[in-house]
Ligand binder design. Structure first.
Ligand code: SF4
Ligand SMILES: [Zn+2]
Length: 314
């Protein structure tokens, strides 16, 4: 069986840039999405309740046979790697055995599945990093606007387990959940970064995009939601870099109406600079970028006058 998607890209391990394979595995899907689901997430379209554990292994083998010359792998499931209903403990052991010899492995999980027990029989010789979608450090925004279903204290508990085991933590923050203005969303992310900077190794900033079948899509279709500006991403990256935080962003769908965007003229270039900054962590790539397009002034006006629907389109 083939994975949902796989691609080769460059990634960073410490100061080194290395070849990295990203694999999106088809699994039975996120348990939270089956019952509730987050307002911006359309990942369930990549899952299939009939997928067997053997098929999960065969997807991984397909990917590894296709791309042998890699140092790092990001193994995503559109859910949680440590959720037994998606991937059983035996399959996880098997996967980690097959990944031995790599330098770094990244997986993702909701915090409730990160327990002392899940690591008991997991044997690995690579650097392991676990991505957690905290989205915001503000419990009210996370519960009401994103419907994430867990609290900051759950995230903290999971992080402490990982830190005790020397496992790296990457925290995803969502820029502009529904119901927040552009300015409020920047402030929320900056506040969140201040709160988690001592807990996480890396922050991954996800500017919200409009995925099909989601609450965010319904709001967007009704003219009640606009994805964030790329200038807001730049603002957060610069502010966080100054605070000494290791931050990256891959603005998915950048430049399209469903994705984070500025004006038509500059969106692609600004997105490219954001991605390059994320790879190289070189702040020079973003300095002075605000002079590259006149829509920067419009963005500043939006920050001052936007209503909660976020509507001041260009
Ligand atoms: S964002 Fe994560 S936790 Fe929320 S529904 Fe999607 S996969 Fe599940
Ligand atoms: Zn522009």
């Amino acid at each position: 069986m083939k994975p949902v998607k796989l691609w080769l890209e460059e990634e960073r391990i410490g100061h080194e840039i290395v070849p990295c394979l990203t694999v999106i595995l088809k699994t039975p899907g996120c348990s939270w999405a089956h019952t509730e689901g987050c307002t911006m997430c359309g990942f369930s379209r990549d899952s299939d309740p009939e997928v067997t554990q053997q098929e999960i292994i065969s997807q991984l083998m397909y990917a590894l046979e296709k791309h042998r010359e890699i140092d790092m792998i990001k193994l995503f499931t559109s859910g949680s790697f440590f959720d037994d209903k998606e991937i059983t403990p035996e399959t996880r052991e098997d996967i980690f055995r097959r990944l031995r010899g790599l330098r770094m492995v990244v997986v993702e999980s909701r915090p409730e599945y990160i327990t002392e027990d899940v690591f008991e029989n997991l044997d690995f010789d690579f650097r392991l990093q676990i991505g957690i979608g905290l989205e915001t450090a503000d419990d009210e925004i996370r519960l009401k606007s994103i419907n994430k279903g867990f609290k900051f204290r759950d995230y903290k508990r999971a992080v402490n387990i990982l830190k005790d085991r020397n496992i790296g933590v990457k925290t995803y923050l969502l820029l502009k959940p529904p119901g927040l203005t552009e300015r409020e969303s920047i402030e929320d992310v900056m506040k969140s970064i201040k709160k988690i900077r001592g807990l996480t190794d890396t922050v991954s900033l996800n500017p919200c995009n409009v995925q099909s079948g989601t609450v965010v899509e319904r709001l967007w279709r009704a003219g009640l939601y606009r994805p964030p500006w790329l200038w807001s991403v730049v603002e957060v990256l610069k502010g966080s870099y100054e605070m000494g935080v290791d931050i990256i962003s891959d603005p998915v769908g950048a430049g399209s109406q469903r994705g984070p965007h500025n004006c038509r003229k500059c969106s692609k270039d600004v997105a490219r600079s954001i991605r390059l900054f994320s790879l190289q962590r070189n702040i020079d790539l973003l300095s002075g970028i605000e002079h590259s397009c006149e829509c920067y002034d419009l963005w500043q006006t939006v920050l001052n006058y936007e209503n909660h629907a976020g509507i001041m389109e260009v």
